[in-house]
Write a protein that binds this ligand. Structure first.
Ligand code: IMP
Ligand code: MG
Length: 189
């Protein structure tokens, strides 16, 4: 695996530090919502929704910086099937989470590229009447969005390169590489 990586764009240490910061910022946001619900005599419901498969690693780290009573629900989407290194349009697999009504929902994805995945999912989840809907991505490629939508929280802006690691894959591989890196040309079909 490591021999296929041409270079590291974001190191493990940088990721760990930034995920902590994102967790802290999101926690302030969620705490304000919990306080508002408590004022109104309601218990806040928090639901974190990672977009599988790419955000598995990120969400696992992020939720450990969110000291709340919360639930995880998953959605599964793909836009880079197989060996594709550019978006082929979003496909949602399986069912969307039910009963988001009144809940504070946080949608988590690995990377914001064309933006179609998050724009579509936040539109669909928004129709399920959540009390609030926030979106968090670890990475974003600036200037590539094909949609109006922007995520609320972005970990790192990166150059327009195809990256792998920390959950991101090429043809299903390299998700376990602990940093965010660029593949050697010899590893790409
Ligand atoms: P978007 O819908 O174009 O924003 O694409 C977002 C999805 O495409 C992400 O959830 C990733 O799964 C995938 N993706 C986008 N860019 C990359 C990349 O550089 N490496 C690996 N996967 C990527
Ligand atoms: Mg993905």
């Amino acid at each position: 695996m490591v021999q296929d990586i041409a270079g590291v764009l974001v190191s493990q240490e940088q990721i760990a530090q930034r995920v902590r910061e994102l967790g802290e910022a999101l926690s302030r946001d969620l705490q304000a919502r919990c306080d508002a619900d408590a004022q109104a005599g309601r218990e806040a419901r928090i639901i974190i929704i990672p977009v599988l498969t790419g955000s598995m690693v990120f969400v696992a780290d992020l939720i450990r910086h969110l000291p709340f009573k919360l639930k995880l629900e998953v959605v599964s989407a793909s836009s880079y099937p197989g060996t594709a290194t550019s978006s082929k349009g979003v496909t949602i697999h399986g069912n969307l989470p039910q009963s988001l009504s009144g809940a504070h929902v946080v949608l988590v994805d690995d990377i914001f590229d064309s933006g179609q995945t998050l724009a579509l999912l936040s539109d669909l989840l928004g129709k399920k009447n959540p009390a609030s809907l926030r979106t968090v991505v670890l990475l974003a490629k600036p200037g590539k969005a094909k949609v109006d939508f922007r995520p609320d929280y972005v970990g790192f802006e990166i150059p327009d390169r195809f990256v792998v690691g920390y959950g991101l894959d090429y043809d299903g591989y390299y998700r376990n590489y602990p940093a965010v890196g660029v593949l050697k040309e010899s590893a790409v079909e």
